[in-house]
Design a protein around this ligand. Structure first.
Ligand SMILES: C[S@@+](CC[C@H](N)C(=O)[O-])C[C@H]1O[C@@H](n2cnc3c(N)ncnc32)[C@H](O)[C@@H]1O
Length: 351
């Protein structure tokens, strides 16, 4: 582990607000899908003790090492997995970690990654243009920068960086290729659109776009949120901290959709969608860091926390009640009856 991977260099964002939103309780089971330096995870373990359990997931093997060290005191109650949270359901089934009381996503990248040597996430440090959370991923930022068509590059920078000067940046990149390093790319962008505009560095948005594309961040988030809902037990909490509007939009839409009953188009005379609310929003408004937190940790300034609670639908109850009643019959030693076996099979297929 490089010395820059000291766990103290990442300050967990909205820590108290996250614990409150997760409603961490002694003996609870929690999943931290973005373990990072293990800051949120440590707080969950402290507050769920005695008897708490934590499944920690991170795509980055370096983060896994850092978190293992930080959570050493709780190793008996912690399961740490180097995986992508896009596979959340499979991970939970593999380790028999269902249902859970709370699931946390603290998205994006940690200060450990931003400041880590050779990762390529920062436009202020010389490194190869990598940006992969996990070195086993196929595509690096250099592949995208050096091999995309100009129009494709402009599209990616505009869509995932929300950069208004995307075409100009793409044109300069293509002229300058091959781009060999982070600073080479940052200088090329500066030459394209000038030095600082306001508070942010001109390369900020392009670097964000490349990181999102390399790690398929938005696709993975959408997939994982859908899986998370099915892993929560009754009243289990889902908490997501995002750091830019693209992520936050996905989270907001997902939570709002899942908190609604019927989602038929307006004017539909009779409900045909059959959609049932599976979540209840905990906060009507998004939670953001206080001024004092931003002062202590400027990286937190763009953070937005949203949280929801699992509600059990009539369908869930019907299925559970029916399964329970069939099991009761089976327990009553009636299991040899073919009709009952057929009924059991149907309940499972329907559930
Ligand atoms: C902001 S940091 C988390 C910091 C952590 N909450 C703490 O308090 O130390 C985000 C972490 O999520 C991880 N990550 C991002 N996308 C991921 C994905 N799809 N699957 C697994 N981990 C992911 C990153 O590698 C990074 O370590």
């Amino acid at each position: 582990m490089s010395p820059s991977w000291s766990t103290s260099s990442h300050v967990s964002v909205l820590l108290e607000e996250t614990m409150k939103a997760l409603a961490v309780q002694p003996g609870g089971r929690y999943i931290d899908c973005t373990l990072g330096g293990g800051g949120h995870a440590l707080s969950i373990l402290e507050r769920s003790s005695p008897g708490g359990q934590l499944l920690g997931v991170d795509a980055d093997p370096e983060a896994i090492k850092a978190a293992r060290t930080r959570l050493e005191a709780y190793q008996d109650s912690t399961l740490i997995v180097n995986e992508n949270f896009a596979n959340l359901q499979a991970i939970c089934i593999k380790y028999d970690f269902v249902p859970v009381h709370g699931i946390l996503f603290d998205l994006g990248l940690s200060s450990l990654q931003l400041n880590g040597d050779g990762r390529g996430f920062s436009f202020q440090r010389e490194a190869s243009l990598d940006m992969r959370f996990n070195p086993s991923q196929d595509i690096t930022a250099a592949d995208i920068v050096n091999n995309s068509f100009e129009a494709e590059l402009a599209y990616l920078i505009r869509t995932y960086g929300e950069e208004g000067y995307s075409r100009c940046i793409a044109r300069h990149i293509v002229r300058e290729r091959p781009i060999k390093s982070t600073l080479h790319l940052a200088r090329t962008i500066e030459r394209a659109i000038g030095r600082r505009r306001g508070k942010i560095h001109p390369a900020t948005k392009t670097f964000q776009a490349l990181r999102i594309v390399v790690n398929r961040e938005l696709e993975n988030l959408e997939v994982a949120l859908k899986q998370a809902i099915d892993l929560l037990g009754p009243e289990g909490r889902l908490v997501v901290i995002s750091y830019h509007s693209l992520e936050d939009r996905i989270v907001k839409r997902f939570l709002q959709q899942e908190a609604k009953g019927c989602i038929c188009p307006p004017g539909t005379p009779v409900c045909i969608c059959g959609h049932k609310a599976r979540l209840r929003l905990i906060n009507k408004r998004v939670i953001t860091p206080s001024e004092s937190e931003i002062e202590l940790n400027p990286r937190s300034r763009s953070a937005r926390l949203r949280a929801a609670e699992r509600v059990i639908t009539e369908d869930d109850c019907d299925a559970t009640a029916e399964v329970a009643s069939v099991f009761a019959e089976v327990e009553a030693r009636a299991w040899r009856r073919p009709a009952l076996l057929k009924k059991l099979e149907m309940v499972f297929l329907a559930a």
